[in-house]
Design a protein around this ligand. Structure first.
Ligand code: MSP
Length: 627
């Protein structure tokens, strides 16, 4: 066996229109995984590309009055040369299904499966969904519509080639049972097992009446079904039938990263093609969730697509990547909002990380003449080095499980710990009282933690790690994951303090802010139902240091105590509120205010300078719903 390559893929995207933030989401995630594995020292092959054939593209090209290849090429160029470039997508190969190398592989394997009887020619009678390019039997339709997309289907009867999926049903079932990691997350695995056990029908894998595709060898009236063509890209890019030595090192893929709506193609049709070819199956197909706008999937067809280039222009690459990778647990659906992107940037990057760097370099300047002091191991409390060691481990474990947002959560916990360490150690007092050894160890520890952070952040953020390193006085790029451990010989390194790492972004005033009298748009009763107002009782209340508008309250909501930070300090004394009933918004996404996680909001009426908290006229049990 040759050296194994760590091979990761994204879906190949339809170049029928500009791509949106949803597509960027998959690709940025794959990029972070690829960069992480390179940092581990793996030989990585990261492939993305475009899925250019099929009726849908042909139709769009017709509408534009162009031949399909002429229609898709500028879009492909934009994806490759503009979008992925600006997002820093470090792919090793970009495959277009219109390339010669791919054409040949698809035709050869079609012929092979035909020769061995896994493909046969027959007549298809049933229903066809044009936008999805998929055939359906009567029994699979839902209310007479396509079960996948809910759009109308048309009755068709035509000659077609069929792929004997059914032949491989039990082999596929057994494979999935025996390889728990093959389909992830586990919920998608169960869904697929149920689908397979319900029975696999032979699949129509050719189309007549479509000219834009790869012709069936020897029968050019038929073009090969676009999904058969598209899935095969994964072995074309691995060198199948072109470069046997490469293919041996690259295949099977370690991860196919896909959105949840195409898990079925990747865990039923694709494995059966591979089984029929006698090839091993990919180690993992990971189906991630969707970015939603409100309750709906962000998508071209719904017209709610967000343009990634606009976001990049407005916020820069690292805030966009950080938001996409950190905000939503990888695997689950999550809502996209620009407000959340701004908040993420301000809280994590500008405040927590930016302040840590700025405070550390300022203190090294002030207390150590701008150079990193020597570290006296025997005198150290081990707090930061201990936290670094745990985070180094946790990030590796999280990335192995493709829990990308968990990896970032661990990294930012380290940032938080280091900031807290400054408050605990008060280096300015150590300096005043002449505790030099202690002071030097604290300064070294903070510098070292930032250096480790520059390593840990390397797979996720593009510009920030280098900027941090530059300020730390390090100009060598990061090379290996194990640099993310304490022990760098830093004594004497001269720091280069510079401007703030991230400027704070201005957040448009939120309509829910207290005191905001701006006009709000009309909502439906369904919209109103989404708000969960509850009665709660204030258990304790205190001022927030350094914030002249804020009070921090503990409110019992019937099931637990929540911390709520509210901008009412100028209207209430803390002890006035203890024991009072209030109304809180219980399903508001928690936000960090002044470093405190606020889990809800209190309702208050206000006009001009007047403000009054809203409370029930009579006492109610805590947790009572307000409607
Ligand atoms: N061409 C097929 C894939 C063939 S793979 C052999 C295809 N292309 S697509 O252009 O429609 O891209 C689909 C992929 O884009 C999804 O699987 C998902 O990875 C990503 N996303 C598109 N919209 C998305 C969201 N709203 N949210 C998250 N990811 C989304 O399907």
């Amino acid at each position: 066996m040759g050296r194994q390559v760590w091979y990761i893929t994204t879906p190949i995207y339809y170049p029928d229109d500009s791509l949106h933030v949803g597509h960027a989401y998959t690709t940025v995630a794959a990029d972070a995984l690829a960069r992480f594995h390179r940092l581990l020292g793996d030989d990585v092959l990261f492939v993305t590309g475009t899925d250019e054939h099929g009726q849908k593209i042909q139709k769009k090209a017709d509408q534009a009055g162009k031949v399909p290849l002429e229609f898709v090429t500028p879009i492909v160029e934009w994806i490759r040369g503009s979008l992925w470039k600006r997002l820093g997508i470090s792919y090793d190969d970009f495959i277009r299904t219109t390339e010669e190398r791919h054409y040949r592989v698809v035709q050869t394997i079609f012929q092979k499966l035909l020769d061995q009887g896994d493909i046969y020619k027959g007549v298809y009678e049933g229903w066809y969904c044009l936008p999805d390019e998929s055939y359906w039997t009567e029994s699979k339709l839902i209310d007479g519509k396509c079960p996948d997309c809910g759009r109308p289907v048309e009755r068709v009867q035509q000659e077609s080639y069929f792929f004997r999926l059914g032949r491989y049903q039990s082999q596929l079932h057994d494979y999935i049972e025996a390889h728990p990691d093959f389909i992830q997350p586990p919920s998608r695995r169960n869904e697929m097992l149920n689908f397979i056990d319900a029975g696999l029908e032979d699949l129509s894998i050719s189309r007549t009446g479509v000219s834009w595709g790869i012709p069936v060898p020897g029968d050019p009236d038929h073009v090969i079904y676009v999904w058969f063509d598209a899935l095969t890209n994964y072995i074309t890019a691995a060198g199948y039938l072109q470069d046997p030595a490469k293919f041996e090192m690259v295949w099977p893929a370690n991860v196919h990263l896909v959105g949840k709506e195409i898990v079925r193609f990747h865990t039923v049709i694709w494995p059966v093609i591979l089984m029929a070819l006698g090839l091993p199956l990919p180690h993992r197909v990971f189906g991630h969730g969707w970015l939603l706008i409100g309750q709906a999937k962000m998508g071209k067809s719904l017209g709610n697509a967000v343009d990634p280039i606009q976001l990049l222009d407005r916020y820069g690459v690292d805030p966009v990547r950080h938001y996409l990778l950190r905000e939503v647990p990888f695997g689950a659906d999550g809502s996209y909002t620009e407000d959340a992107l701004i908040l993420r940037t301000n809280v994590d990057l500008a405040n927590d990380l930016g302040n840590l760097l700025s405070r550390t370099t300022a203190m090294i300047n002030r207390f150590s003449g701008g150079v990193v002091p020597a570290f006296i191991a025997g005198e150290d409390d081990g707090v930061l080095s201990g936290e670094v060691a745990s985070v180094h481990r946790e990030v590796k474990v999280a990335m192995d499980q493709l829990a990308i947002s968990d990896a970032l959560t661990s990294i930012f916990r380290l940032v938080g710990r280091a900031n807290k360490y400054i408050e605990e150690q008060k280096p300015w007092e150590l300096a005043k009282t002449g505790q030099t050894t202690r002071l030097n160890n604290v300064l070294y520890g903070l510098w070292e933690t930032l250096r480790v952070l520059s390593v840990l952040l390397t797979p996720f953020l593009l510009e920030t790690p280098g900027k941090i390193r530059h300020q730390l006085g390090l100009d060598e790029p990061v090379k290996n994951y194990d640099e993310a451990m304490f022990g760098f010989k830093a004594a004497g390194v001269a720091i280069q303090r510079q401007a703030a790492l991230f400027p704070r972004l201005e957040r448009p005033k939120r309509e829910a802010d207290i005191g905001d009298d701006s006009k709000t748009p009309e909502i439906t009763p369904e919209d109103f139902q989404k708000l969960d107002f509850r009665v709660g009782t204030v258990r304790s209340c205190e001022v927030v240091d350094g914030a002249d508008r804020l009070l921090k309250l503990t409110v019992f909501d019937g099931s637990r105590e929540r911390t709520i930070v509210s901008g009412i300090r100028q209207h209430y004394q803390p002890d006035q509120l203890v024991g009072q009933q209030v109304v809180l918004v219980a399903n508001l996404k928690p936000v960090k205010l002044r470093g405190i996680l606020s889990e809800g909001m209190l309702l208050a009426g206000s006009q001009g300078d007047l403000l009054s908290l809203v409370a029930p006229l009579d006492r109610l049990p805590e947790g009572a719903r307000v409607k």
